[in-house]
Design a protein around this ligand. Sequence first.
Ligand code: GTP
Ligand code: MG
Length: 685
Amino acid sequence: MEQYELDKIRNLVLLSHSGAGKTSLSEVILFTSGAIARLGKVDDGTTTSDYDPDEIKRKISLGLALLPCQWRETKINLIDTPGYSDFVGEVKSAMRVSEGAVIAICAASGVEVGSEQAWSYCEDAGLPRLVFVNKMDRENADFYRIFEDIQSKFGSKCLPLQLPIGAHNSFEGIIDLLTVKGYVGPTGKEVEIPSALQSQVDSFHGKLVEAVAGVDEKLIEKYLNDEELGLEELETGLRQAVVAGKIVPVLVGSAIQNIGVVPLLDAFCNYLPSPKEREVVIIGDSAEQKIAPSQDGPLAALVFKTSADPYVGKLTYFRVYSGSINSNSQVWNAGRKEMERIGQLFVMRGKTQEPVSQVGAGDIGVVAKLSLTSTGDTLCSRDKPVKIAPVLFPEPVFSGAVHPKTKADLDKLGLALSRLSEEDPTLRVRREVDTNETILSGIGETQLEVAVEKMSRKFGVGVNLETPKVPYKETITVSAKAEYKHKKQTGGHGQYGHVLLELVPLPRGSGREFVSKVVGGTIPRNYIPAVEKGVNEAAQGGMLAGYPVTDLRVKVYDGSFHPVDSSDICFKIAGAQALKKGLSQGQPVLLEPIVNIKVTVPESFTGDIMGDLNNKRARVSGMSPEGGMNVIEAQVPLAEVLRYAIDLKSMTQGRGSYTFESSRYEEVPTHIMQKIVAEQQAEKA
Ligand SMILES: Nc1nc2c(ncn2[C@@H]2O[C@H](COP(=O)(O)OP(=O)(O)OP(=O)(O)O)[C@@H](O)[C@H]2O)c(=O)[nH]1
Ligand SMILES: [Mg+2]
């Protein structure tokens, strides 16, 4: 098995708005480099990257795919990612193990919001990148218009490295602005520059040379003295500028027509960084440290993805930063402080596994059936344990209630859900005790729908996904006293229990208290726990709409007993019934959960968002501009924002984001309370 020198590896992530052509581009890259013999198509469901049945069905990528290939002497680990924003977790994982990014832009539609997002992730991560203007064969494809769009959204560090020859039907190739030569067709055959383009070429060549010279002191001196810069100097200079993030070259082509792919592959190797050029952050006991990538160092590998297909088994994807991993060996899992047994190692291309004996520094590999390792863990050597900073995933904001269709589905539900959340770290599962529902949370509705489909296809678990019920609660607003005597004389042995309760409303968030102030033994002490049990059971369902009762002190202060007929069960019944009476007298109200929400939107959307929040009964508590965006903070009833991910997306065309956390309970306004109570009664009937 071939080991690559660090500088002969490129780990590159493909990013963009959904549909810009990442998967098509990765397919044609694999084909051009000889990694695959047949060129698949997204629309036919035959690409190497979109192999998952759900991807084939929806014709979009849902997970990251590893697509290694070799170009000249360099191994390129291309990672295709989903453009659909629900699957941002996969994007974050892929970015984390890449040294460079390629942002695809459609030559007709321009920079769409998903690509803006991708750009800002790259800026945040300091990831060197290039832009690829794809679909030049399309009607309305216009490189110069799109380039203006790119510069206005991404800034002036974006500069053409290529210009297109022709557009739409007549698109045939590209002109490289450093070599100042034309390259046409799938093979990238060298051609003369069409004379009509010469002045454009001269102008953009000049701009590029000036920019490259500007980032290197030696070059700028030569440039200012009007000395000619050699091609090699320019290439080296451009490489430094790209690696430093000072220039982002813009390339152009068509994935479907296989034009511009050879020059793109050359650009990957020539200008994007190798693993050698990016250190990785490790979490030490003291301060944050970095380790330099090296082949000879002790093992340090980060697990960035886990897949749990019941047929293929569990697969663990890892990226080696230092040292190497061998098949049939043992490694140290630093987080869990245990040895993990490594079986056969693989290199994956889409779903195809190719066995290898070793995966070295800078490279990416896969291993099956690990027992204790999960996404985010570091594999290392026992004598030199390290922990690599794990991928930071966004917090889930959208929830659905998962209702199994049958008893058999219920039995298998837990396992299926835990497998799914193991695969996708942006999914969370929890049980909402108050509503008795299993809640699945994630980034968006499509993600949850895909998860439900997976559950059925992979694990044979049928579920319905519904909007979660709101965990309302009930309380009283005035103190009340209630008495209940449980007395029955049926034949021989009778039943007797008698209690007097005082109910006092408590401030929000107090919960429920039970106290006994019985004096003089009117209720013998050994019956008090039974009274409490009765009270607690009855408090599970209030008198208004059957929601749990809270913020209440229940005091048992008097009663009576019968030496023969009294029993625990009698006092339990008396306690429960007395509570119910007291609750009815206490002018009960409904309480609803309020959440603190933080919405981040471009400034121009602020008015719409505020208006919508007002309609949702929100109280806006703050607003602060942050670099072209506005961060709006508000308290809003949970019932109003159960589907906020969808509302916000449509209001902002996907430009807004939000986070929220539950804060407290508040009284539901009367008119809304009446509606909820009526609905609840209708449901019961
Ligand atoms: N005309 C034309 N169509 C293209 C080109 N590249 C991709 N397409 C089409 O655009 C559509 C989307 O392409 P994909 O490759 O799936 O796009 P993607 O970026 O992977 O999309 P997501 O996986 O959803 O993020 C498909 O119908 C492709 O056939 C191109 O160069 N020219
Ligand atoms: Mg795709």
